[in-house]
Ligand binder design. Structure first.
Ligand code: BGC
Length: 448
């Protein structure tokens, strides 16, 4: 692999690290924030979820911003917003200021969640694109794990301000990285800076592929960037329906109840101390990282669909076990063990399937002229669904019980399996522009 490509992907993946850190850190911090600011259930749900409101705002403008200002500048600005938000959360004197700070951080996460995968998929050569976008997901999981470890290290001091404030570090690294990295060649061709685009392409593509890549890009650029009207084309509309469904299903199968509320689930299962529940959460975070590596190695070899089938089935089994365990009064003693095992299997299964592959497919299924907007809409759907699940998780557990709540997520795994089976195309090793042009070509055929 060319070192330059690796460098580009690693720096862009720093966006993922931030994304992970800033969403994961709240799971431990909330135990102490709730105590310091005397928060009730609703306020706890809001403190965890407000970041997602920011994500929704950020991701809804990210596509158009990245199309207008460029991918690089948008990522750079995200880094600055991250740093400001992290600092403000660290010094927040009241719950209201904390909510505002988390909202700001959320906006940066929203930007990054659209632009980082876009940037990576545009600069990475076809044969490693899957691995590169998975690398982004890997960075998210590393960010989450780092947050859990920081939480664990600082738990004895109840130092939630430091937990949140440390997000400033990767923010600054992202800014520094994006100052030195190139703009995406596809974007440069698009805005007419052809010479500069060729220079950048030379840095990312091997000699053999430069001509092929350029031709593919230029051909696809001949089709003008479209507005919402493009989604009237049946094939593009189908891509949107598929991408949006996958983005929503990735959330409503419950992943972030574990990622954000894990320590509280452990306490529900009978773990007594904050420290022990945060420690258990670091195990879940480690499994998340390790099994994301599996996706990186196999996504371009085995392909997307087999990994999705295996992973979603594993999630179903683990959630069913969790639902069953919470329903049994007589297993109370061993509930902690069952909860820990199920949550590890669940997160592990997600980590090599729905986690990375949903983001990957979303970056692959749209034709270029609809890609920015299409990815933005799907990502928005992902955040909306995440908000809905996270904002009502504790309320659902209180109203329906933990068993029914996890049972609902298990049932939604079955829906997801059906969507994958019926809707997902196998895209391993396809040149991006070919995937993009295929639906258009099919649409043209259909109207003939
Ligand atoms: C999801 C996040 C989730 C993370 C967990 C991502 O793919 O979009 O919502 O927190 O995976 O690793």
């Amino acid at each position: 692999m060319r070192p330059f490509v690796l460098l580009v992907a690693s720096i862009a993946a720093l966006g993922g690290l931030l994304f992970g850190y800033d969403t994961g850190v709240i799971s431990g911090a909330i135990l102490f924030i709730a105590h310091d600011f005397a928060l009730g259930t609703k306020a706890v749900e809001l403190t965890i979820s407000i970041v997602l409101v920011g994500c929704i705002l950020g991701s809804s403008v990210a596509g158009p911003l990245a199309d207008r200002g460029g991918r690089r500048i948008t990522l750079l600005v995200s880094g600055i917003i991250f740093a400001v938000g992290a600092l403000l959360s660290a010094i927040a004197p009241s719950e209201d200021v904390l909510l505002a700070a988390r909202l700001i951080v959320g906006i940066a996460i929203g930007f990054t969640s659209v632009v980082a995968p876009l940037y990576i998929s545009e600069v990475a050569p076809a044969e490693v694109r899957g691995a590169m976008v998975s690398l982004y997901q890997f960075a998210i999981t590393v960010g989450i794990l780092v947050a859990y470890l920081v939480n664990f290290a600082l738990a004895h001091a109840a130092a939630w301000r430091w937990m949140l404030g440390l997000g400033v570090v990767p923010g600054i690294i992202l800014v520094a990285g994006m100052i030195f990295l190139p703009e995406s060649p596809r974007y440069l061709f698009k805005i007419g800076l052809t010479d500069k685009a060729r220079d950048e392409l030379r840095r990312v593509a091997g000699h053999a592929e430069i001509a092929i890549e350029e031709q593919a890009i230029v051909e696809s650029l001949a089709i003008k960037t479209a507005g919402m009207a493009i989604f009237a084309t049946p094939a593009v509309r189908n891509a949107l329906i598929l991408g949006f469904s996958l983005a929503v299903l990735q959330q409503v199968t419950g992943i972030n109840t574990v990622i954000y509320y894990g320590p509280q689930i452990f306490q529900l299962a009978g773990v007594a101390s904050n420290n022990a529940s945060i420690l258990a959460q670091t195990l879940v975070g480690s499994v998340n990282v390790l099994l994301t590596l599996v996706a990186i190695f196999f996504v371009d070899r085995i392909g997307r669909k087999p990994l999705l089938y295996a992973g979603i089935s594993g999630m179903f089994v683990a959630l069913s076990a969790l639902a069953y365990a919470f329903a049994q009064t007589h297993v109370a003693g061993s509930l902690v063990g069952i909860a820990l095992a199920s949550m590890m299997v669940y997160v592990g299964s997600f980590a090599y399937s729905l986690g990375p592959i949903v983001w990957l497919l979303i970056s692959e299924i749209f034709p270029l002229e609809a890609r920015g907007l299409g990815m933005s809409i799907c990502t928005l759907g992902n955040w909306l669904a995440n908000l809905a699940v996270s904002l009502f998780f504790l309320t659902m557990v209180q109203a329906l019980g933990a068993s029914v709540t996890f049972g609902i997520y298990a049932a939604l795994c079955i829906v997801t399996l059906v969507v994958v089976w019926r809707g997902v195309p196998e895209t391993k090793r396809e040149i991006l522009e070919k995937i993009s042009l295929a639906p258009g070509a099919r649409a043209a055929e259909a109207t003939r």
